[in-house]
Design a binder for this molecule. Structure first.
Ligand code: NAD
Length: 373
């Protein structure tokens, strides 16, 4: 029996992305798998049913959940959905293991094999599977467009019959995947861009994109390519230099995060009060608590004429490309495990071993296990 790979229409409010696109569905079918798609799954991402070839259709989410051996998802499945899965089914998607304790327990108790996209190791071989990166790049791009469209100024320098218009100053805080895409996008729009990150390794990347690196004299190299938390003294020093650059900016895009922790607070109320009226802060970290003290997720806060925008699920606002990239990430992850239509997971492969959240009734990811108590 070939393995059945199922894809759902996402049930989370405002989730427009889909875990399977027509291109990827065809590739799974070519690898010998049966592909089962919930009718209308791709509609909000502009992949109507008619574009999917060589797939079977499921009239309801339950028809996918009760029949699929592997369920592909964007957002974590709900506890109710997990209850409907086939025994020993496999689920692949974002799992938010720190936040979704009930869901993790349900996956464990139902002996589901779950792979969390967030846990795929960030090694070169797994770059093509890295859903965090593909979706972060989209967030960085979109954040700059939001900044540009909310600023009462041009981004580029303009020489017009009515005189010369000075270019906008953009500051990007956090130069990871989202931040680098934000820098590139702001540069393409003609802004003068500065960027800052606690990891000094980002300095060269920032410069290569034509932006200036803000040097605060503080470095926070952590392990595994991530930042560590800063000491109080380091934070104060960082803050001093950063506050002056924030005050000079027309638009600030913040993308800083530390895995598994609330987003670091980098822009204080006092720093916002030094900004010029009309300036904008777009805080990509809004959903993790925000990099700005005044950020409210899903809202725009006007403070003394400065707009602090806290967008949520930015990737979903570019649902077509976000789904294309995400579905390819999942294909690249699963491809090595599907041989002639059959599922064979190589548990000695660090990619599968590390991405595994639950298997055989056990929570495999140590930090998540600890949070469950
Ligand atoms: P992230 O979303 O966890 O964090 C975003 C950025 O915020 C990071 O660059 C981090 O250094 C920065 N940051 C954290 N605290 C800060 C603070 N107080 N002030 C300023 N900046 C702060 O990171 P990410 O974008 O997902 O990835 C981080 C890095 O991991 C990448 O830039 C890359 O070097 C590496 N990476 C490697 C691979 C791979 O090899 N497969 C894939 C993706 C990322």
């Amino acid at each position: 029996m070939p393995v059945t790979i199922g894809a759902l229409r996402e049930s989370a409010p405002n989730e427009t992305r889909v875990s399977l696109t027509p291109e990827v569905a065809e590739k799974f079918a070519q690898s010998g798998a049966r592909v089962l798609v919930e009718s209308g799954a791709g509609a909000r991402a502009n992949f109507p049913d008619a574009l999917f070839k060589k797939v079977d259709w499921a009239p309801s989410p339950a028809a996918v959940l009760t029949n699929a051996d592997i369920v592909l998802a964007v957002q974590p499945l709900t506890v109710e959905q997990i209850q409907q899965l086939k025994p020993a089914a496999v689920v692949v998607g974002f799992m938010q293991p720190h936040a979704r304790k009930d869901e993790v327990k349900a996956l464990r108790d139902r002996r589901i094999t779950s792979f969390a996209v967030e846990l795929i190791p960030r090694i070169s071989r797994a770059q093509s599977m890295d859903g965090l990166s593909s979706q972060a790049a989209i967030a960085g791009y979109k954040a700059v467009l939001i900044a540009a469209s909310n600023l009462p100024k041009f981004f580029p320098m303009l020489t017009t019959a009515a005189g010369t218009i000075r270019p906008s100053q953009v500051l990007v805080i956090g130069a990871g995947v989202a931040g680098l895409q934000a820098i590139a996008t702001a540069r393409r729009l003609g802004a003068v861009v500065e960027a800052y990150d606690v990891r000094s390794a980002t300095k060269e990347q920032v410069k290569s994109l034509g932006a200036k690196f803000v040097d605060t004299g503080v470095s926070a190299e952590g392990s595994g390519g991530y930042a560590r938390e800063l000491t109080a003294e380091e934070k104060a020093k960082q803050q001093e230099v950063l506050d002056s650059r924030i005050a000079a900016a027309d638009a600030v895009v913040t993308t800083a995060s530390v895995p598994g922790r609330p987003a670091p607070k980098i822009i204080s109320r006092a720093a916002v009060e030094r900004m010029r009226p009309g300036s904008v802060v777009v805080d990509i970290a809004a959903e993790q608590g925000g990099n700005c003290e005044l950020t409210r997720a899903g809202e725009t806060v006007n403070h003394n004429g400065v707009n602090i925008i806290g967008p949520v699920n930015l990737a979903a606002s570019l649902a077509y490309n976000a789904s294309e990239m995400y579905a390819r990430n999942l294909l690249n992850f699963l491809k090595p495990a599907i041989e002639k239509g059959e599922l064979k997971i190589d548990w000695t492969d660090e990619v599968f071993a590390q991405a595994c959240l639950t298997h055989d009734g056990v929570v495999k990811h140590e930090p998540t296990l600890k949070t469950l108590g």
